[in-house]
Design a protein around this ligand. Structure first.
Ligand code: NAD
Length: 383
């Protein structure tokens, strides 16, 4: 295996700690080399390490990020490598849509997507000849694709459906990095803090677990009784959202659903409550309801946006970074090892798409891919 390096320091550091992805790209180069890959993924050092490895293996990559999360220095370093990067940190939603179009402007034969914007744009524009299929990183993107009236006509592997990823990246990776983002964004103390986590899927479970291991008092609301039961058994307080939110100092939304923190929930929050987004889209905190109840907006931010909304009844609610994923806006995203696992799932699933061994449709990561990576990871972590 020849060593791939980066002139960008943080990308180089990530590369050093991504043995699984490095091995996968090296091993699968025979099927990946020469492919034209369109990517929509948060642009930061770990994903840049993946793009650097793929570019070194002869994959022709065009790339865009998601609004608000692109590290401009990382994007510039990739441009210097010859990768076409269509994204800037301050891109608006309109810019994002334009970027997606630019990424797809030249014919691509595989896609790697995050939130399904790319896959849906491709289907709406008409699938180019020679297109083989792709991957989708998130739960939310998988739901969007499965809910479409016209089923996808090629294989799309949903990486987030992998049990391995849910455990390593969504639970332990997101748990650590969201709490890190919260601390960076607020400089507030976690031990003793009263936190409410909305949603107890792997992401909410990871955030709640990390907070409580640090000494926060954690309450959880999830309408799914199995998930609520799990939260109780993990030692968290469980109840109705409007009951738990009454004494919340901080609320984390980790549901993947829109407007879960709406007018009804906001009405019971105490003065000064801080609102933080974990889910893929910032829609979980109802911005319209918040704006409608607000008489004055105060910006307390320095590096992070801490926006105070003074409500008509005198209370103030503080929204962090517009409700965007706090681990990406205010921290370095998931840990390198957690991302190494997720990006290896991406590489090995894309290779499976390239071999033509998968049927059309939205589907989970092939069992053989999961088994192989879990075996490698156990070997790596126990040595
Ligand atoms: N921040 C990150 O780095 C990161 C990483 C991976 C995934 N995500 C995103 O985080 C979100 C959650 O992911 P997950 O894998 O935990 O999803 P999941 O679907 O497994 O869990 C979501 C939970 O939210 C619950 N829920 C639904 N409506 C609710 C409501 N109104 N109030 C409270 N709970 C409600 C559901 O019952 C479910 O248990 C998704 O949007 C996903 O794309 C973020």
């Amino acid at each position: 295996m020849h060593e791939v390096r980066s002139t960008h320091a943080a990308t180089g550091w990530a590369l050093k700690h991504m043995p699984l992805t490095t091995r996968a790209v090296d091993e699968l180069a025979p099927v990946l080399t020469g492919r034209r890959l369109a990517v929509c993924l948060h642009i930061e050092p770990k994903t840049a390490a993946l793009v650097t490895l793929l570019a070194a293996a002869g994959v022709e990559v065009t790339l865009t990020g998601s609004p608000g999360t692109t590290h401009d220095d990382v994007a510039d370093a990739l441009r210097r490598l010859g990768v076409a990067v269509h994204s800037r940190r301050d891109d608006t939603e309109d810019d994002h849509r334009r970027n997606i179009g630019d990424v797809l402007a030249s014919e691509r034969d595989i896609t790697l997507d995050n939130g399904a914007d790319l896959t849906i744009a491709l289907a709406e524009a008409g699938i180019p000849p020679g297109y083989l299929g792709g991957t989708e990183e998130t739960t939310t993107g998988g739901i969007r694709l499965r809910e479409r009236r016209t089923p996808v006509a090629h294989p799309v592997v949903v990486i987030n459906d992998s049990r391995l990823k849910l455990l390593v990246e969504n639970e332990f990776g997101v748990g650590q990095s969201v709490v890190q983002g919260f601390m960076n964004a607020t400089n507030l103390m976690v031990p003793g803090m009263r936190a409410v986590v909305l949603g107890y899927g792997p992401c909410g479970r990871g955030v709640a677990g990390t907070l409580s291991r640090m000494g926060a008092r954690v309450a959880v609301y999830d309408p799914d009784p199995m998930r609520a039961l799990e939260a109780i058994l993990h030692g968290h307080r469980v109840g109705e959202a409007t009951e738990l939110l009454r004494d919340a100092q901080v609320v984390f939304t980790a549901t993947g659903h829109p407007k879960v923190l709406g007018a009804r929930e906001m009405a019971v929050l105490p003065d000064g409550a801080v609102l933080a987004g974990v889910g893929h889209f910032p829609w979980e905190i109802d911005a319209e309801a918040l704006t409608a109840a607000t008489t004055e907006v105060v910006e307390y931010g320095d590096r992070s946006r801490r926006t105070g909304y003074r409500l008509r009844d005198g209370r103030e609610l503080v929204l962090l970074d517009g409700g965007r994923m706090l681990n990406l806006t205010a921290a370095n995203g998931n840990s390198i090892q957690a991302m190494d696992l997720g990006l290896t799932l991406q590489v090995r699933s894309l290779a499976a798409v390239c071999t033509g061994s998968l049927s059309a449709g939205v589907q989970p990561v092939p069992a053989a891919v999961e088994q192989r990576i879990a075996t490698d990871l156990v070997r790596q972590l126990s040595s």
